[in-house]
Structures are given as structure tokens and as C-alpha cells.
Design a protein around this ligand. Sequence first.
Ligand code: SAH
Ligand code: SF4
Length: 348
Amino acid sequence: MTTAKKFLTETSSDDLAAWLRDKGEPAFRAKQIREWIFQKLVFSPDGMKNLPAKLRQALAEDFFFPSCSVAERAASGRDGVVKLRLALHDGESVELVVIPAQDRVTLCLSTQVGCPVGCRFCASGANGLVRNLHAGEMLEEFLAGCAEAGRKCDNIVFMGIGEGLLNFDELAKVLDTLTSPEGFSMSPRRITVSTSGYVPGIGKLAQLGKEFTLAVSLHAPDDATREKIIPDKLRYPIDEILEAADAYRDRSGRLYTLEYTLLAGINDSPEQAEALGRLALRHRAKINLIPYNETGSAFRRPRRDVIEEFEKAVAATGAAVTRRVERGAKSTAACGQLRARAERKKEF
Ligand code: SAH
Ligand code: SF4
């Protein structure tokens, strides 16, 4: 579907002012519209109560706002975690997760429809990349998450569907809007960009010169093990990834995290734990262990005692290690699963 419509959430003040001039509307409307979006987190022209109906209608005609709607909502019950599947304007969909904890709410956002990296354990990459998300769509994910939480969310992790650094220009616009005073005024430190180790993208992120938190999905302490998990096409050597991540750390002043999805019989031995710990110490990185959420791939989650032993063996090296708190309804816990299920339904 080709369309000239733009996403209101990613339209600059200047462009909005020019559009209003065209429509014969006064300039102060730009400020009002931006206040609705960036301060009051209002998601559609219908909610912008101080705008005349005619202007709201014109906005809805000329812009995608909203461009998406909540198509499915999966609540996990006890811990308040909610996963939303957003239907996009072209019939595709992505997922976001709203994660409340104590007095904070974290959002886990998607950056692409599908993923070209195709890690063999991951539901998001199983059928490759469908398309990149526009900046405006990612900003609407943020707004949808805030609407679900009933408040402005505190932290964002780009750990949903997709490899954000392969959609760098759009992601950079989003990061700018999230952190700028004319946008959502968030601290860059509260925003984590997770990457499977796309080296050129880590370099570009460093060039932004901001204190975003970087997470590198390493999954293996050596390249031979990593080869079993991530296909060749977009896999970089560990040395190069960590060199780029070190440069990011030195530029941003922020230590980075190594994400490590634990897969039974693949990367969960005590030797691998020790090697991982040593690697992390050398690079002053923190480790976050993620027990695998099974998604119908050939991989399995290690037994609980194996996971515990692995964590102990890493900690014994002196490296800082945490384990991802298990959250989310079981059947939909891993990223990409709601979308994968919806895509399967489409086939019938
Ligand atoms: N593409 C980026 C960000 C999205 S994936 C990346 O790979 O880092 C975010 C994290 O979720 C990654 O660390 C990934 O390994 C992990 N992940 C994906 N599917 C998973 C699953 N089924 N179980 C456990 N972790 C998973
Ligand atoms: Fe893509 Fe990340 Fe899933 Fe790998 S783990 S396929 S990079 S979304």
C-alpha cells in the first residue's frame, strides 16, 4: 500500500506549522497539538479536546494518528505484565510489553516487523524481515504502552521484535524524540538499545554521543558456539562486537550489558560460564542471563539446577551477573510469539 500520509508523532514542529498554515489555521495550534502528544500522551485527534472538530478531522485525514490499534492484549495475571499486539496500518503487526515493577513502568518495544538476523531460537526472526517500522510507529508503541499503564512510562528497552540497529535512521529519530525537551524529555540512561551485535550500528549509536544504555546479545563466549545460534549472514565476530561495544562505553561513559539466552546443551556448560565471566571482566561488562522461553524451535531451556549452577560459575569469576526475572504469561512470554501466532492464523 503506498500512501502520502505521514505519522503525526514524527512530524517536526516546523512541518506541522507549515501544514497548519496551508489549512489556514493559526500557528498556536502547533503548540497545542504537540502538548497533547508529548505532555498529555494523547493518542488520537478525537482526544484533543481544545481543537475545533474541523481541524481534528483534517488531522485524521492527512496523518496517521493513530496509525495502529491494539489488536490483542495478553495479561500474565500476578505480576501485572501485559503484552499488546498492535495492528499496523498495512495489516502487519508488532508487539510491545508493559512491565510494572515497584514504582516504575518499563516498556519493551519493537523496531521492525520480523527480523533479518534470524537467530535460530527466536520467534521474531523465524520468517525474516517484513519491513522496518517508521519512527512514528515506534513512538505510537510508546504512547500505547503509556495508555495501557495509565501514566508516562519510566524506562524503555528496545528488546521486542527486530534488530533496531538495522533500522538505525528511524530508531535515531525515535531516540531523539524520546529524549528531547520538545519531545518526551526522557533521560537517555533510561533507554536501552539491545543488539545482536551489529557492529556498524553500534558505531553509529556511539556517534549520537548520548548516554543510552547498550545491551549486546552475546549468547556465547566463543564464535564456534555462537555460530550454532546465529546464522552467518548478519553475525559478526565476538572480538569485533566487543571492540565496538568498548568504544561505545568509552564514548558514552556507560558500562554495557551482555545478554545471554541460556539454551540447553548449547551454551550452558560450566566451562562456558567461566569463559563468559572472564570475557565480561576483561570488558567491564555486566551479564544478564535469560533462561530460554521455548518458542517451538529445536532449542530447549536448561533445567533449573543447570541454570543455577551456570549463574554461580559466572559469579565465581567475579563478574557481575543477574538473571532476567521471569515475567509474562507463559505461552506468550518470548518476544515475537503473539505476532507469530497471529500470522499463523492469517494463513487459514
Ligand atoms: N534484536 C535485538 C533486540 C531484540 S531481542 C537483540 O537480539 O538483542 C531481545 C532479547 O531477547 C535478545 O537478547 C534475545 O536473545 C532475547 N530473546 C529473544 N527470544 C527469546 C526467547 N524465546 N527466550 C529468551 N530470550 C529471547
Ligand atoms: Fe532478531 Fe534479536 Fe530475535 Fe535475533 S534475537 S532474531 S536479532 S529479534
